[in-house]
Design a protein around this ligand. Structure first.
Ligand code: RRO
Length: 323
């Protein structure tokens, strides 16, 4: 099902979330093994200037029980941004998101932006990650308004590619209002064209009761929660943002999608595209089935097979009079 973000056209509105099958070229080839009308884009792992080993292991826990859930604290392990910029040469059949991890400042951040500006393709989008919850000593930018302001000011004066922000889950409407009015709307004229909503929910934990242990090792066993527990928050965030964002800013919904119905729920709440993380962890080809059931749903909801007619069309439950 086609979609558009900025001026970039995607043959499917569903693809991977950053960090899942996007850290190495070999991993990305598992995504590009599927046609662009199944996996509409490739989102690369959030990157830093230099390669990073990331956090101690085990740092990923995925529970594929009745619901998919995950606890992840990779700690921004990546190959360094030159690797990802070079890797864009190997994926030419669909759009690519290069994701900047949020640690670079000053000359380094300017260097990254200069390098991505120089890529001679118009289907490359840059995602600035404002929400990694797992690097100790680096608060999530998305929760710190002065850092947010400083960083977005720096980016928008330099970036020439279509760009957007990966945001953390928000829990109070005032946060969504402030971010929209203070930072997002003023950036539209500088090319901001999407937000990804949302990253994993930081400060989460899963416990192995019998073993009396946490399931991951870094940061005292605390990390980002993904999968089903995130779905409701992602939906609420997408819906609230959709209500107040101008049309130039698309929303990429992310959080707890493991079926075509989950994907459709995010589209109904206002997303233009959907990313999948936890449910792809074991097998990226889960996208094939999710995409198929999603397409069947679109066909039953839109006579023209067009998600633009469905996006954001949720209605709110009516008040009933109690007797
Ligand atoms: O690397 C990570 O631990 C990580 C990142 Br950068 C992120 O944005 N979100 C997440 O859950 N984990």
């Amino acid at each position: 099902m086609r979609t558009k973000i900025g001026n970039v056209i995607f043959n499917s509105c569903i693809w991977n979330a950053s960090g899942v099958w996007g850290t190495t070229v070999e991993e990305m080839s598992r995504l590009t093994d599927m046609p662009p009308d199944v996996c509409g884009a490739v989102v690369m792992k959030s990157c830093t200037k230099e390669p990073r080993e990331g956090n101690i292991r085990p740092r990923v826990f995925v529970n594929n029980g009745f619901h998919h859930e995950s606890l992840i604290s990779v700690g921004l392990a990546n190959r360094g941004w030159d690797y990802y910029i070079e890797a864009t040469k190997q994926i030419t059949d669909r759009p690519i998101f290069i994701s900047e991890g949020g640690l670079a400042v000053g000359d380094d951040l300017a260097e990254f932006i200069g390098k991505v500006n120089d890529i001679q393709r118009n289907d490359i989008l840059i995602e600035f990650n404002f929400s990694c919850p797992n690097v100790e000593g680096h608060p999530q930018v998305g929760y710190d308004y002065s850092l947010f302001q400083e960083r977005i000011d720096f980016i928008r004066e330099r970036i020439q590619k279509p760009w957007g922000l990966k945001l953390p889950p928000y829990h109070d409407p005032s946060q969504i209002h402030t971010i929209t009015h203070s930072f997002l709307i003023p950036s539209v004229e500088k090319g901001l064209c999407f937000i990804t909503c949302c990253n994993s929910m930081g400060s989460g934990m899963i416990v192995n009761t019998i073993a009396k242990k946490t399931v991951i090792a870094p940061n005292f066993g605390v990390g980002g929660i993904g999968g089903y527990p995130l779905k409701s928050i992602a939906l609420g965030n997408v819906w609230r943002f959709f209500k107040i964002l101008p049309g130039e800013i698309s929303i990429i919904g992310c959080g707890g999608v493991s079926s075509g119905v989950d994907a459709m729920d995010l589209i109904l709440a206002g997303a233009s595209a959907v990313e999948i993380g936890t449910a792809l962890y074991d097998d990226p080809r889960a996208l094939v089935k999710i995409n198929k059931t999603f397409e069947d749903l679109v066909m039953s909801l839109s006579p023209n097979n067009n998600i633009d007619q469905i996006r954001g069309t949720l209605t709110v439950e009516k008040q009933i009079d109690s007797t």
